[in-house]
Every structure is written in C-alpha cells, then in structure tokens.
Design a binder for this molecule. Structure first.
Ligand code: HEM
Length: 150
C-alpha cells in the first residue's frame, strides 16, 4: 500500500486557527448558551437575564474583535501559501471560494450589527428579532468558515 502520510499543521498555523475557532466558540456558542439560559434565569429574579446578558456582552465583543483580527491573519496566510520555501508563488482562490467567503463576510457584518441593535432594543419584539438575526447570521458564518477552510 502506498499513500501520503497525514501531516500536522505547522505551529503558527495551529495557533492562528486555534485562536479563530476559540473566538468563534465564544461568539457563537455564547449566543446559543444565552438562548437556553435567559428563560430559566428569570426564576432567579427579574433582573437575572439582564445581568447574564451584560456579562456575556463583555466576553462577546472582544471575541468578535479577535474573529476579525485572526480572520485577516487567516486570509494573509492563505494568500501567501507558497509552493515551497521562498518560491513566492501565489495561490489563487476559485470563484466559488470567493463567493462563499464574500457571503461569510456579509454574515459576519450582519451578526455584529444585529447584535448591537439587540443590545439597544427597546421592546421584546426588537430583542427577539435582532437576537435571532444575529444568532442565525453567526451560525451561517461558522458553517461557511468550515467550507472555506476546506
Ligand atoms: C461570526 C464570525 C466568524 C466565525 C463564526 C468564523 C468561523 C470560522 C470557522 C469555524 C472556520 C474553520 C476553521 C477550521 O476548520 O480550521 C473559519 C475559517 C476561516 N475564517 Fe472565519 N469566522 C468568522 C469571521 C471571519 C472573518 C471576519 C474573517 C476575515 C476577515 C474570516 C476568515 C476566515 C478564513 C480565511 C478561514 C480559512 C482559514 C484557513 O483555511 O486557514 N473569518 N472561520
């Protein structure tokens, strides 16, 4: 039997993707967790859901910033992947890769804008609409991220 052995990611690639996935876990997983916790939290007191939401906000926005910064790092790393040390050859993205990546960027921006409007909501309807738009856009961005990673 002949074949190519599976190769590990380089240490720098490992750190880059770990930070990106960790930030995605906090931003996306946190929203899913809040969805499950805010209802039951009402039994702890009328202010409990708000207290939880404010605490989550302090974790979520730094994670959103880390997603952007490590996302730019991902792009730079993918575009400078060379065909060997020092060859300087550029890797081109396919049309479908560019399209999916573009949709991912729209979802990223929509998730952020909707999350911001969710924090500024003045009615339960606004809270529900912006919360679900942000959650859905975040989940789509996560799935598209897996596809662009290939
Ligand atoms: C809601 C925001 C985001 C989420 C949830 C998210 C999630 C993910 C996930 C889960 C992966 C797959 C990692 C893997 O399988 O190894 C990924 C890859 C990637 N993401 Fe994001 N991401 C987000 C925002 C961004 C932003 C803002 C950018 C660019 C500025 C970006 C650029 C990339 C690139 C280029 C890859 C491929 C990395 C590679 O193959 O080395 N992401 N993302």
């Amino acid at each position: 039997m002949s074949g190519t052995a599976l190769q590990l990611a380089s240490p720098v690639d490992g750190i880059r993707l770990t930070l990106h996935v960790l930030a995605a876990a906090v931003w996306v997983g946190g929203q899913v967790t809040m969805l499950g916790l805010t209802g039951p939290a009402k039994t702890l007191g009328v202010d409990a859901p708000r207290t939880l939401a404010r605490a989550f906000n302090k974790l979520a926005w730094p994670a959103y910033g880390v997603l952007f910064l490590t996302g730019m790092w991902n792009l730079a790393a993918l575009h400078s992947e060379s065909m060997g040390e020092g060859s300087g050859m550029q890797v081109d993205a396919s049309t479908s890769w560019n399209a999916v990546f573009g949709i991912k960027m729209v979802m990223f921006l929509l998730a952020g804008v909707a999350a911001f409007l969710h924090t500024r909501a003045t009615s339960k309807t606004q809270l529900a609409i912006w919360g679900s738009v942000s959650g859905t856009a975040s989940l789509v961005a996560l799935a598209l991220g897996v596809f662009v990673a290939g």
